[in-house]
Design a protein around this ligand. Structure first.
Ligand code: 5GP
Length: 111
């Protein structure tokens, strides 16, 4: 199934890019929940954490490392890393993505 993020990866739909390499793309969320809200997506089409395999171990680590690099490069001292998995958890786009959210005081627990 083609998602909006596949269209962003192919360039069919534009995005506000903050980082790109051969494994992933990071861009600003279109509906930011905080002053900084970045999405990091793998170029590999993985629907969610439900579909990950042993072979994805290095890729998943790569996404987290890039999340830290991006958060730091944007000047964040604190941030939240979120991966919604499944509809009830709030996943709306079924292409794996990591949210990096920061720039304001964040409440816990999330709703
Ligand atoms: P989810 O709810 O699946 O965890 O997160 C999907 C995120 O993608 C949401 O925060 C939503 O605002 C963002 N989003 C949906 N469509 C687009 C789009 O076309 N461009 C960008 N930049 N973000 C999008």
């Amino acid at each position: 199934m083609t998602t909006i993020f596949d269209k962003i990866l192919s360039g069919e739909i534009p995005c506000d890019e903050v980082f790109s390499d051969e494994k992933c793309l990071a861009f600003k969320d279109i509906t930011p929940q905080a002053p900084i809200h970045i999405l990091i997506i793998p170029r590999k089409p993985i629907q969610s954490l439900k579909q990950i395999k042993d072979e994805d171990q290095e890729l998943l680590g790569h996404l987290l490392l890039k999340g830290t690099e991006i958060a730091s490069s944007l000047g964040l001292e604190s941030w939240r890393t979120v991966i919604n998995t499944g509809e009830e958890a709030g996943q709306t786009v079924f292409h794996l993505h990591i949210h990096i959210i920061g720039g304001r005081k964040l409440k816990w627990p999330p709703g």
